[in-house]
Design a binder for this molecule. Structure first.
Ligand SMILES: N[C@@H](CCC(=O)N[C@@H](CS)C(=O)NCC(=O)O)C(=O)O
Length: 260
């Protein structure tokens, strides 16, 4: 499955602990954080227990933000099974019928706060959670620049997926990915961030998005991606700095193994 696949309800209802971050938590969540103990739960039916590919669902970058920000969260995954190549998601079907995901037009991922489903759209969730976790820069302008870099990354993924759909991926990787996308993005990051940072001088959602693009999204085309990245020193420094983050590394080691 391509990046952009299913399937999580991320819950902030048990937002318990916050160690870093420029954006203060609402006082109600701060009270919750003081009185609760960390809970992280994952319900997942693995269709193929031997599958060993990294999770790349629409909720994964949000989980990475929580991890890097030191904010405990409930990792509540919709169970599914695969039968004859089809995804069977009975619990999801029932929850949809009950209106659980209505605010997100009956789709997931969904963020719940205080037990209430309040936010859908993976990118909106990412930006909100990144703010809570102190990953949206040091000013309103930096927040907007982080948002912009995220949209640049989205454009690159869209172009990749379009080429894949049109069976022109090979040409895209060889002729367009570097000159048309990665090199211009390298320039952006060189202009906006200190060495090792996508924007400003702090780890941000934009850095995580660049890291995810380089290490996960393009993982199936690693050799071509490496060629396309030649000379993109600012991007490479961001990827290396994010990959060196110890909290992120701990999450990567602890996260459940899933097929996407
Ligand atoms: N643009 C949305 C896409 C959400 C989406 O398409 N979710 C899929 C699962 S990956 C879904 O819930 N589809 C409805 C269904 O399967 O009935 C986002 O980024 O969150």
């Amino acid at each position: 499955m391509p990046d952009g696949s299913c399937c999580n309800r991320l819950s902030l209802s048990d937002l318990l602990r916050r160690e870093h971050g420029a954006v203060p938590l609402p006082s109600r969540l701060r009270r919750l954080a003081r009185r609760s103990a960390p809970i992280v739960s994952a319900k997942l039916v693995l269709p193929d227990p031997s599958a060993n590919t990294p999770p790349r669902s629409l909720g994964e970058l949000t989980r990475c933000c929580f991890a890097v920000g030191g904010v405990a969260f409930v990792d509540d995954r919709v169970p599914f099974a695969m039968v004859d190549g089809n995804y069977i998601m009975e619990e999801f079907k029932e929850a949809k019928a009950a209106g659980t995901y209505a605010v997100n037009m009956d789709r997931i991922p969904m963020l719940s706060v205080d037990g209430k489903p309040v936010l859908g759209q993976s990118k909106s969730i990412e930006r909100y959670v990144a703010g809570v976790c102190g990953l949206m820069g040091s000013s309103a302008l930096e927040a907007a620049q982080i948002d912009m870099v995220g949209e640049h990354v989205r454009d690159i993924k869209d172009a990749f997926n379009k080429a894949k759909g049109a069976n022109t991926l090979e040409a895209f990787l060889a002729e367009e990915l570097g000159p048309k996308f990665l090199k211009p993005l390298d320039k952006v990051v060189g202009m906006l961030g200190q060495p090792g940072f996508a924007v400003g001088s702090k780890l941000s959602l934009a850095g995580l998005q660049i890291w995810q693009l380089a290490t996960d999204f393009l993982a199936g085309n690693a050799a071509e991606a490496e060629k396309a990245m030649a000379g993109c020193d600012a991007l490479k420094a961001v990827v290396a700095a994010v990959a060196a983050n110890e909290k992120l590394q701990a999450w990567l080691a602890a996260r459940p193994v899933t097929i996407f």
